[in-house]
Unconditional design. Structure first.
Lengths: 129, 361, 242
């Protein structure tokens, strides 16, 4: 995907251009439930997302590789990594996730980016008032 | 039917390798042209406490102001133009305006005012502009650029009067603004305050935080191998790792682990500690340049690490990214750059943008 | 007169439970919606149904919730939706004027045709809780598009139940084959805060319904209300004398 144009003016100068070179997208999300007292860990959380994928896309969906890079148990906040080709499917499965053990729930998507690093610097979080 | 479901918005990553000692190095230009910066994070491997030089540079970053309900025309008033804008180094960006939904404004240090507005506002304003590059079939957003350095915009002139009339009488565009002026002397800040004393304002300092990570895996980087053929990991992997460390994501997983298979890219080495120092606010390119100069001096003394990095995140809702290049949000509005500084004064510069952005310089 | 480009959700279910309604609107503001419409449904199949006067929205809050990431409060509109199974059910009355938006949910092909071609409405609702009971024919659909009437798919049923999810997607895809993505809006129909989703979630979900994100298409004025709108609630524009 990338190409280099080596400029002759300097021995050490090099420039690479990558278009869509990131194979992943990253999502920062959190889960909300009606009751606040429910606790689960990262593995449990991943299980929930897998069943959401299965509900919408069947076994192929459930088999789709993605990573729960981070999960905070207190806030039910997660950072997910998914192949670009799976982003729309993962996202829509999360959108349509409406209940967990027959208790209503919702997934809120905070940020989506092809760069994980971008998730660490979201200017929309700047609160000055 | 579902081919759409596999597609993703485009993104760009530009990677440069050069040396600070190279006369033609463009690092200073790249920094200077990325006007609106929200966050800077410095990562220094094998470092436990914030070096005093670094601390003093970040704590001397320029202060900035939050002005409430400021009419845009105030930025164009004759006295303000003469006494402040034309002296340069003035940065203003509308605050809490979302570029994917709202009218958004910026005043660049180069003397251009950018109004990124919806179609109705554009039509009411009646000022010359052009359709946003990131419209779909039908233009919904327009960008008006007013060049205050242009002769035709001389105060009192016909065009100047027309612009002022549009912004005062036709549609009084108003917004909260973040405003800062870089000055080496002390005059600039008082000057700003005197102009906006009638508006509710808040003086702010960039906020600084730092943390130390213990025993982490760290990619080994060789300045000659930017592409990541053998002696370094590739730039995407490096940036991913940097993101992982910054967000305290575990980098120690196996391919077979259920929750996450993410691991630190190779070649790698183990470091006993690393320092992350983060500054947030409206951060000026001039200050970031000073930071970069200070970090170059970090290697004046012998260090265990051969590299350190600085990441600068732009405002997601700024109407420009680098220079006057139009910036949009699409799904994330990402625009950031990362310098990797090496012991021998070589550096790498990674510049990244999302779907609604031009190519970085 | 106010002008803005914004994310809007034109279908928040009305409930007499004021607290709940407040909660939904607060959540909508938090998710970034600048405007929502409270939907009052009148179903003529049920007895003693008549179009009443909507509650004045200003009574809902002393201070309207601030839209996430902005410094301005959310706008709340009143919407009327008529469930129509017989032609006699649809009579334009003076009460219509009390609502900012009028929608119709035609139950038969004949009524769908009439709604597309002649009813003075802004929105035609598409079934999401059952299999589409009649065909979407091109002439009425095009007629509606020409008149600036919008088709609405609401997503709440798809969240609540997997069978209805199938109906929702299936009916949306059938509609899309006929209307080519023109004049389609996606709204929530939410009765609870947890049933709402964010604007970008819906833009992404629209892909399942066969809407392309790039197909944020022809900006058309919705009948007399001069409501500017596009599919997927993306870059929706509303121009209202509020």
């Amino acid at each position: 995907m990338g190409y280099a144009d080596n400029m002759s003016e300097s021995v050490s100068y090099e420039r690479l251009v990558f278009k869509n070179a990131s194979v992943y997208h990253y999502m920062k999300i959190y889960l909300i439930l009606d009751s606040d007292d429910r606790k689960f860990n990262a593995a449990h959380f991943k299980q929930i997302v897998i069943s959401a994928l299965r509900d919408l896309y069947g076994e192929i969906g459930a088999a789709f590789p993605f990573d729960v890079l981070k999960f905070e148990e207190d806030t039910l906040t997660a950072v997910l990594r998914v192949y670009n080709s799976g982003l729309v499917k993962l996202w829509s499965a999360l959108t349509l996730l409406g209940s967990y053990h027959s208790e209503p729930c919702a997934v809120r998507v905070v940020q989506v980016s092809p760069f994980l690093l971008a998730l660490s610097g979201n200017s929309r979080e700047l609160e000055l008032d | 039917m579902f081919t759409n479901l596999e597609k993703c918005p485009r993104n760009l990553l530009i990677c440069e390798k050069s040396s600070f000692l190279n006369e033609k190095s463009r690092h200073a230009t790249h920094v200077a042209k990325h006007f609106f910066n929200y966050k800077v994070s410095v990562l220094i491997p094998e470092c436990g406490i914030i070096p005093s030089g670094l601390r003093s540079v970040v704590s001397s970053f320029s202060k900035y102001y939050l002005l409430k309900n400021l009419p845009v025309y105030k930025l164009l008033e004759e006295e303000f133009l003469e006494k402040v804008v034309k002296k340069g180094c003035l940065y203003a960006l509308s605050y809490k305006t979302r570029i994917d939904q709202d009218n958004t404004f910026a005043l660049l240090p180069t003397g251009q005012v950018i109004l990124s507005v919806d179609k109705d506002t554009y039509e009411e304003l009646g000022l010359e502009g052009k359709a946003s590059q990131y419209n779909h079939r039908q233009p919904m957003r327009y960008v008006v650029t007013i060049d205050l350095t242009d002769k035709s915009m001389a105060a009192g002139g016909k065009r100047y009067k027309r612009v002022m009339w549009a912004l005062q009488e036709k549609v009084q565009l108003t917004s909260d603004f973040l405003l800062a002026r870089y000055s080496t002397g002390g005059d600039g800040e008082d000057l700003l305050q005197s102009f906006f004393s009638q508006y509710s304002s808040k003086e702010l300092r960039p906020s600084i935080s730092s943390q130390t990570f213990k025993n982490l895996l760290c990619p080994s980087l060789d300045p000659t191998d930017l592409r990541g053929d053998t002696r370094s990991c590739d730039p995407q992997q490096f940036l991913e790792w940097l993101g992982a460390v910054t967000m305290d994501i575990s980098c120690n997983n196996e391919a077979a682990s259920f929750v996450s298979a993410y691991c630190c890219p190779e070649p790698q080495s183990s470091v006993s500690q690393a320092l992350l120092c983060t500054t947030t606010g409206l951060l000026l390119p001039e200050d970031i340049h000073s930071l970069l100069e200070e970090l170059r001096r970090y290697f004046d003394e012998p260090r265990f690490t051969s590299w350190l990095s600085v990441t600068v995140h732009g405002f997601a809702d700024s109407p420009v990214s680098w220079g006057g290049t139009e910036h949009g949000f699409h799904k994330g509005g990402e625009n950031f750059y990362t310098f990797v500084l090496f012991k021998n004064q070589d550096y790498w510069l990674h510049m990244a943008t999302g779907a609604n952005d031009g190519c970085p310089p | 007169m106010s002008n803005m480009a914004a994310f809007i959700d034109l279908n928040i279910s009305y409930t007499a439970d004021k607290k709940r309604l407040q909660n939904i609107i607060e959540t909508a503001a938090h998710l970034g919606y600048s405007t929502v419409a409270i939907n009052h449904v009148v179903d003529f199949q049920q007895k003693k149904q008549e179009v009443g006067k909507p509650k004045c929205v200003s009574e809902l809050f002393d201070q309207f919730p601030i839209v996430q990431g902005k410094s301005r409060p959310i706008k709340v509109l009143n919407r009327l939706t008529l469930m129509v199974s017989e032609a006699s059910h649809f009579r334009t009355t003076n009460e219509f004027k009390l609502y900012d938006i009028v929608a119709v949910f035609p139950k038969t092909e004949k009524l769908f045709h009439a709604a597309c071609m002649s009813f003075d409405v802004d929105i035609i609702c598409i079934a999401v809780t059952e299999k589409q009971p009649f065909y979407f024919k091109r002439p009425p659909v095009n007629g509606a598009i020409d008149r600036g009437v919008f088709f609405e798919i609401s997503y709440v049923a798809a969240i609540k139940d997997s069978t209805m999810r199938r109906y929702t997607i299936s009916n949306a895809l059938s509609l899309m084959e006929t209307c080519k993505g023109k004049n389609v809006i996606v709204s929530s129909g939410a009765e609870k805060p947890l049933e709402l989703r964010g604007p970008y979630d819906i833009a992404n979900l629209g892909l399942l319904f066969g809407l392309s994100e790039a197909a944020v298409s022809t900006k058309a004025a919705v009948s007399t209300k001069s409501l500017y709108s596009c599919p997927v609630c993306m870059e929706l524009q509303i121009k209202h004398a509020l």
